[in-house]
Structure formats: C-alpha cells, structure tokens
Design a protein around this ligand. Structure first.
Ligand SMILES: Nc1ncnc2c1ncn2[C@@H]1O[C@H](COP(=O)(O)OP(=O)(O)OP(=O)(O)O)[C@@H](O)[C@H]1O
Ligand SMILES: [Mg+2]
Length: 299
C-alpha cells in the first residue's frame, strides 16, 4: 500500500490544567506554598506527529505516523488512538517513557507548556517500518529523531516523495536546518519563527522562499492576523475570522495539516489556505489539539 502522507513527529499525552490563575506581566505565576485549585482537568493525546496524522486521516487521506512511545499506559493510549483514527503506526513501542505535556492555562486563555520529551527524541531509522508514500510531513523533533528525519528526507526525496515541514522556534534556534529546508516543498512557520529563520524583519516571504526547494511554497501564519503564502510567482493572503478562543493548543498543527492536505489532493493555494484556516478555527473552538478536527473526505 502506498500512503498519501506519512507524518513524522511527536506523540505525547497532554494534560490541560485550567486554574483561573490570572496573568501578571507576561507570567502565569503560582505562589510558593499555596495549594491552587484546578478548575478543570482534561487529558488528551497530542504532539505534532499524531495531531497532524489525525487531521490527514479524517480528511480521507491514507495516513501513516512515525512516532515513538514507551511501553506504558500513555503509550498504549496513543497506539489505541492511532488505530481508532485508521492511522498506520510506522514507529516503535520501545524502552523509555512516553512523552508528556502539562498545559497550564491562564484565566486569559494563554498557556505555558511544560513538556517532557521522553522517547520522542530517540527515534532511530531502525525504529521505522518500511513504507511507501507520496508525501512526508515533518514536525519538530530533536536529538536522534531529528537526525533520522534528515536522513529519511535525503532517502525519500530521491524517490520523488514531497516534503512538508513545520519546525518550531526551539528547532530553528538550536539546529542547522539549511540542507533539509532546501529539500522542503512546503514550509509552514509562524511569524516569530519566520523572523528567526530568515534573520530578517521584512520581506519574510521572499527570504523564506530562497531557503526552500525549487517550486516550493512558503507560508507564514500570525495568530488572528493575515496568513501569507508565496510560491515564487504570486503572493496569497487570507484573514482569519473573529472567533471565540476556547483553547488554542494545536492551532498551528491543524492549519498546517489542512493546507498540506489541500495540496496533496491537488487543490489550489487559495483553497488549501481556506482548508487550513477551517481546520485551525475548528480546533481553537474546542478543548484539546485534535478533538474537533474536520471530518470531510477530500478523496
Ligand atoms: N486568536 C485566533 N483567532 C482566530 N484564528 C486563530 C487565532 N489564533 C490562531 N488562529 C488560526 O490558527 C493559525 C495558526 O496559528 P498561529 O499563527 O498562532 O500558529 P502557531 O504559533 O504555529 O501555533 P501553535 O502554537 O499551535 O504551533 C492561524 O493562521 C489562524 O488561522
Ligand atoms: Mg507552530
């Protein structure tokens, strides 16, 4: 079987901790020695690898997911979710602990995330089952896993596989991504990440475009402000709608997966941007990174 898309990224258990603690000067601060009541506690499965795999699969694409989990309760719940969502697990259940994120939501609906990477950083090429795909979608991983992502891209690119990449700020800051970017067909970043990567404050789209594969597409999102895209010929933009933000974890993943899915099935850039926008808005209106992802069959 040939997949439409294989995602390669993290798989974690997310716990959402909603405390009603108000923000003060850019901080969500918990006073020492106090016991703070949790208003609401929710568990969910997250991580860029599984979030985007669920988005793709629900859009009717044949989807595989390369991720790593430990042999623990959390790992089992992740594997169960992939099965339920009809996603083929192409990674490994190995020694070590499954990744875990604690999302501390403020009264104002912003959040601080404490994240434990666990086995997410330890994916070797040996851990990956054999597969065929049209597209490979990469989200941020570090350490050995990043090395494996790079090597897999070099291997697959030679076989004509297309690459989508959504690196986050910690990756851009720490790693040299030049080579992998040159092989990237669709690069999706938020504005801060785009500034960091291009080391520029203006003409971000043009500068981004120079870093990616020929005939690639660069996209910059900016929260509730205009989304911009550039394919070397034309600039596109789309303004997000005013919506009530319930919980914004997963917005970036949802947008990116929606856009890439549109491109996989041959939609135009405009149509793909709208699909990304719809996905992200759907996720923001609800708790959790993937609960409300769209169920529409693109093919
Ligand atoms: N407050 C908002 N109102 C409406 N839409 C939003 C809002 N925040 C995010 N979005 C939607 O989600 C998309 C991605 O959001 P953003 O630019 O914050 O990405 P991100 O920083 O990569 O997110 P993440 O933290 O999930 O990785 C936006 O382009 C927009 O479509
Ligand atoms: Mg992001």
């Amino acid at each position: 079987m040939k997949f439409d898309v294989v995602t390669f990224g993290s798989a974690v258990v997310d716990v959402f901790v909603n405390t009603d603690v108000a923000e003060k000067r850019n901080l969500i601060a918990y006073p020492i020695g106090e016991k703070i009541l949790i208003k609401d506690l929710k568990f969910d499965i997250g991580g860029g690898g599984t979030n985007t795999a669920v988005a793709f699969s629900r859009l009717g694409l044949k989807t595989g997911c390369i991720c790593k989990v430990g042999k623990d309760e959390q790992g089992r719940s992740i594997l169960k979710l992939l099965k339920k969502e009809k996603i083929k697990f192409l990674g490994k259940e190995g020694e070590g602990k499954t990744g875990y994120s604690i999302i501390l939501d403020s009264k104002e609906k912003n959040r601080t995330i404490l994240t434990y990477k666990g086995v997410n950083d330890k994916i070797s090429l040996k851990d990956i089952k054999k597969f065929k795909t049209k597209w490979l979608y990469l989200s941020s991983l570090l350490g050995k896993s990043l090395e494996s992502q790079k090597r897999l891209v070099y291997l697959l690119k030679k076989r004509g596989v297309k690459i989508a990449f959504n690196p986050s700020s910690y990756l851009i800051k720490k790693e040299n991504l030049q080579r992998i970017l040159k092989l990237t067909d669709i690069l999706i970043l938020n504005k801060e990440e785009a500034k960091m990567l291009t080391k520029k404050r203006e003409n971000l789209l043009e500068n981004l475009y120079e870093l990616i594969a020929e005939e690639g597409i660069g996209i910059i999102t900016d929260k509730n402000r205009k989304i911009e895209a550039y394919d070397g010929k034309k600039k596109y933009s789309l303004k997000p709608n005013k919506i009530k933000v319930v919980e914004r974890t997963g917005a970036g993943d949802a947008f990116a997966a929606g856009f890439v899915a549109g491109q996989i099935v041959g939609k135009s850039i405009e149509e793909s941007l709208s699909l990304g926008l719809r996905e992200s808005e759907s996720v923001i209106r609800y708790f959790g990174a993937k609960n409300n992802l769209l169920r529409i069959k693109l093919k």
